[in-house]
Ligand binder design. Structure first.
Ligand SMILES: [Cu+2]
Length: 109
């Protein structure tokens, strides 16, 4: 009888264990996990255009190829003249790569 109670308890707790594990999968991928040649695609809203540092801060949506959740972060820009055409509050589709130390935007649609 005691053994049966233990079995029921374990069975009852199992869904919670599964949920805790699913949380692990959503952790942002480490930069070291990604090849430097891969191109990633995302949609984001421009939070800041920094023409001095040639950086674009974006509140971007999920990036499935990197296992990233939505977040706000700064990207480098490959073609700095691109920044002249962009302004805060604008929503863009963009492509980016990892150059070994920074995430660099290579194309904006
Ligand atoms: Cu990000």
């Amino acid at each position: 009888m005691k053994r049966l109670n233990l079995f029921i308890l374990i069975a009852a707790l199992m869904p919670f264990a599964a949920v805790a594990h699913a949380g692990d999968i959503r952790e942002p991928a480490s930069p070291f996990d990604t090849g430097t040649s891969a191109t990633h695609h995302a949609t984001g809203k421009i939070a800041k255009v920094d023409g001095t540092a040639n950086m674009l801060t974006l509140a971007h949506g999920p990036v499935t190829t990197l296992n990233w959740p939505p977040m706000t972060m700064a990207f480098g820009v490959q073609n700095t003249r691109l920044l002249d055409k962009l302004s805060e509050g604008q929503t863009i589709d963009f492509e980016f790569t990892y150059d070994g130390s920074n995430y660099i935007i290579t194309e904006v649609q």
